[in-house]
Design a protein around this ligand. Structure first.
Ligand code: CP
Length: 320
């Protein structure tokens, strides 16, 4: 594997889930695969889970790990070509990326949407430069539009907890005080469509996700109706994707707290498990009562981030 961005990069999902299970059963079985190999993790944005789980996964494989927080201690990077660099940015990404490639074998990058320009975000201008100029396999640790390590971990978690062959999985929008990217819901939709689940999305009008990710997934604007009979509730906020009105891209269009997932919502499900990628704002996205219930699986979900990262790194090491 040279690139991990979309669900298609992992190949057959059944095989990938089997591999995840093998890794989980004995995560140190490949501890010499990464000997003398270096994994470079580059963060343009904050992280807790991605940072720790990916480092742990690399260490499980015997790799050396270097973590670079671009905005803390590195030179400020210019990302636009053609800019006269007379401001506070000392180095251009076009030099920095191949230099980073010199010091490692595999690169993971986190770079969120900036919301300045929908086209730039959806063209993945930063990550595509890493793919083009680093000379190394690149895996996405949440980009402007996707978070595949999260979606893979979510799928592993659903596989582990499902009580029926083809569970009903509902992705629900929930309110949040800050404008958040669409990367998590985009990837979750992409991976759920590829999985053997009944998948439904619910959100207020105006939050329609990009068709390249959701395809023909049913969208129900009635949240309570969507929750009926659900086996898994996956809550997430996202800002306006700007699909129908690009000028609204990245805006908060709705703050309706009736969309906060509470006991009233969960009561109409089939005793559904509650999922969220974390970090989560309690009593905005989900009530204390729902996230603390025995059916909340946010912690096992986060734990599976180590497993999804290890499968991806293992495959990248095997293809070096
Ligand atoms: N879910 C997730 O990616 O968490 P972090 O932002 O803390 O890495």
């Amino acid at each position: 594997m040279k690139l991990f961005q979309h669900v298609t990069d992992i190949g057959d999902l059944h095989t990938a889930l089997q591999e995840a299970l093998e890794v989980k059963n004995d995560r140190y079985a490949w501890d010499s695969l990464g000997k003398n190999k270096t994994c470079l993790l580059i963060f343009f944005n904050n992280s807790l889970r991605t940072r720790l789980s990916t480092q742990k996964a690399a260490m499980n494989l015997g790799m050396n790990v270097i973590v670079l927080d671009v905005n803390q201690g590195a030179w400020k990077l210019e990302t636009e070509r053609g800019v006269i660099m007379d401001g506070d940015k000392s180095e251009h990404l076009l030099e920095a990326i191949p230099v980073m490639g010199c010091y490692c074998d595999i690169i993971g990058v986190r770079s969120f949407a900036t919301f300045q320009n929908r086209a730039d975000d959806y063209e993945e201008r930063i990550l595509n430069q890493f793919i083009r100029y680093s000379g190394r396999p690149v895996f996405f640790m949440e980009s402007a539009t996707v978070h595949p390590l999260q979606a893979f971990a979510d799928l592993i978690t659903i596989e582990e907890f499902k009580r029926k062959e083809r569970p009903k999985v509902v992705l629900t929008w929930a309110p949040h005080p800050k404008a958040l990217p669409q990367a998590v819901p985009n990837s979750f939709a992409e991976w759920m469509r590829a999985a053997d689940v009944e998948f439904v999305i619910t959100h207020p009008e105006g939050y329609e996700l990009d068709p390249q990710f959701i395809g023909d997934t049913p969208v129900d604007y009635d949240q309570m109706h969507a929750f009926e009979g659900a086996d898994f509730i996956y809550a997430k906020n996202w800002s306006c994707p700007g699909v129908t009105r690009p000028e609204q891209y990245g805006q908060i269009l709705n703050t309706d707290r009736s969309w906060t997932v509470d006991d009233r919502h969960m009561a109409v499900t089939d005793n559904a498990y509650f999922m969220h990628c974390l970090p989560v704002r309690r009593n905005m996205i989900v009530t204390d009562s729902v996230i603390e219930a025995p059916t909340s699986i946010v912690i096992p979900e986060a734990a599976n981030r180590e497993i999804s990262a290890q499968v991806v790194l293992k495959r990248m090491l095997q293809s070096l």
